[in-house]
Design a protein around this ligand. Sequence first.
Ligand SMILES: C[S@@+](CC[C@H](N)C(=O)[O-])C[C@H]1O[C@@H](n2cnc3c(N)ncnc32)[C@H](O)[C@@H]1O
Length: 446
Amino acid sequence: MPNKQLPLFNDSIFPIANASSLAESGTFKDSKRSPIHSWFKYPAGYSNRFVADIINRFEIGAGHWIYDPFSGTGTTLICAKQFGINGYGVEAHSFVHWVASVKLFWDFDYTVLEVEINQLLDQAKAIVTSKSQHTSIDGIFPELIYKCYHPETLIDLYILREFIIKEVNITPIRELLKLALTDTLRTSSAAGTGWPYIAPNKNTGEKPPKNAVSIFSKTVKKMYEDLFYIGNTKYSSETHNILGDSRHRQTLEDHQIDLALTSPPYLNNYDYADRTRLETYFWEITQNWKDITEQFRSKLMVAATTQIVRKNFDVETALSLDVKAVNAWVYEYIQASVLELSKRRLNKGGKKDYDLMVALYVNDILAVLQETYRVLRPGGHFCLVIGDSAPYGVHIPTEKIIGELGLGIGFSEFKYEEFRTRGGKWKENPQRHSVPLREGVVILRK
Ligand SMILES: C[S@@+](CC[C@H](N)C(=O)[O-])C[C@H]1O[C@@H](n2cnc3c(N)ncnc32)[C@H](O)[C@@H]1O
């Protein structure tokens, strides 16, 4: 635990050791190394250094409002709060939203917190030591969880879980410990639980089990240090972390926002709902695919084929005529891509619904652009970190689609700044084979 006489570090509120290059702006690499941000390694998260750069570039400061329509685990909101800027974020995935809400609660009495944490960690260790030999966890978790852990580790994780839920009475401290245990889940696993896919078959069973209690204790202490470090600054801004759907109107007023900054789901068939399966199974929030669909998948904008029930759509009309009304070029381009995909899928083993995914994605992104336009003040900017994609070799230049839709809605200017080209290649197009995909930021000015 830090000594309370330590000097405060208010002059460097973004202490990013060896901040990575512009190329990594769309990744979680910087955030993973930064206080608070690192509390949950969200692979869909982006760089807090990039957020800070954008805030500085557009001269956003105290009294201003920043909006993130896909706020995830809170990167934008945390940065805004650190700068004393008002933040408003919307996230539709309730577990991810919860993570952000814990990361954004800093109103602790640090002296009390230190004492409480030390006591609770001592108690937790004692309980695990006394109970681990006699605790049975058969039939508690879905099969996947058993496959990912050495049995001894899982028993300790379970005892810690029960201790936190039943014995920790102060809500913010309980939530903090829950997040620490959530973060411990991946680091204490014996299987391949690196993101995005869990690989229980890679369980390294024979190796000595990981010590979950010690990993958990270290994580809690690190959280305390981050909070101590950050909490000594006086923050007077407002932060609203909304569990909701950014395709629809929330509580923001017209022109309330000075800067909108986000990273929307990419059009790359990434199933956000499934990514937190390990965590939501462990906490018994979900037990199977159906639960994950009902609680998360059905709430998110379409970016994956797992969200689509084909019989509910007609491929000819899936792309909304609203898109046509806003920008005829986008409509024609996307409609042609959708029809091409509906042909190509028939010759592919998986017959994936990429055709519908593309159409529904564009409908959804349009709704978010329109709502963001409404809440942005004239002259304000909307920055979207985005990558393009090429499902079944049909290239969708997402950045151009978003930019053109923005212009159609009424934004006065559209720019695209590239961060990097990405691993995936746009292979199946005969004229353009092996063109790399790219990632960058779309900047729209109202
Ligand atoms: C690329 S991630 C953003 C991550 C965020 N920048 C961070 O650093 O944690 C996109 C997020 O959008 C969320 N999302 C998807 N559809 C949504 C919707 N309709 N409304 C709000 N959030 C949504 C997903 O759950 C996911 O967390």
